[in-house]
Design a protein around this ligand. Structure first.
Ligand code: AKG
Length: 263
């Protein structure tokens, strides 16, 4: 094929370069690839008009909800770009946990090493117990100034306080099914698909299998009545899960995220 003259290629390539630059800034410099999004969303959604009494009556103790537009975390988001976080925390140690249900093994690495060498797309053949995930176990003295800029979700369950768990993880990674007390999850960059079952419906899963493997092998075999509630959350939305609800996550992009546990 004859090479196109440069003066013809340039006008074609410039918009592409501009679009790539925009995509990078939209993803905070983190985006490295993407899994397709499932349109189906079986979790109820609410907007900023949701009131505290309505939250308590309909969701707090009985079902998950995704609340859109209740808080503005644009300031926090601007601090969570790849460049900003590497500049502020590159030499600090972060604690990684294996991405299995009981998160047994912990490994400490400098944040920069995590970002440059370990933050990768999920290997579909790897076990969760051999996959390292950066989430929780945050050093609040070192990361405190960042977390102070996070605007937490609007509603608390009476008698509880919020505790943050911050994470950054590669495309296709996630946490397999587990449960604990109530809480919220918000993505700052990226998209995260959530799968949820009520406390009395134990999901079919193996605790050392990744969510990606579960999605490929188990999810397609589930009869409609056995499927989890599910939805993908985006920046600007926050998912609430009640006490003891089973949940598993799948990052559709390289994602920066924060949970607020109520305890
Ligand atoms: O965000 C994630 O990938 C894990 C979140 C989670 O499991 C939790 O908030 O309990």
């Amino acid at each position: 094929m004859a090479a196109a003259p440069r003066r013809l290629l340039l006008p074609l390539l410039l918009p592409l370069a501009w679009a790539a630059g925009c995509a990078a800034s939209l993803g905070g410099g983190w985006a490295a690839g993407a899994l397709p999004e499932e349109e189906r969303c079986t979790v109820e959604r609410a907007d900023a008009s949701l009131t505290f009494p309505r939250f308590l009556q309909r969701f707090a103790f009985s079902r998950p909800v995704i609340i859109r537009g209740a808080t503005d975390n644009s300031v926090f988001q601007a601090l969570c770009t790849k460049d900003k976080l590497l500049g502020a925390f590159g030499d600090r140690l972060v604690r990684l946990s294996t991405a299995n249900t009981y998160s047994y093994r912990k490994v400490d690495v400098p944040f920069q090493e995590y970002v440059e060498h370990l933050l990768k797309p999920q290997d579909p053949a790897a076990l969760g117990s051999d996959t390292l995930y950066f989430f929780g176990d945050n050093n609040f003295t070192e990361w405190g100034p960042l977390f102070q800029k996070y605007v937490p979700p609007p509603f608390r369950i009476p008698g509880t306080r919020g505790a943050y768990s911050f994470g950054i993880a590669g495309v296709g990674s996630g946490v397999p099914f587990h449960w604990h007390g109530p809480g919220y999850s918000e993505v700052i960059f990226g998209r995260k698909r959530w799968f949820l079952y009520p406390p009395d419906k134990t999901p079919h899963f193996h605790p050392n299998e990744t969510t990606l493997a579960w999605l490929h092998h188990t999810y397609p075999t589930l009869p409609p009545g056995e499927r989890p509630l599910e939805c993908t959350i985006h920046p600007g939305e926050v998912l609430y899960f009640p006490d003891r609800w089973w949940h598993a996550t799948l990052n559709l992009d390289t994602s920066v995220f924060i949970s607020t546990f109520l305890g």
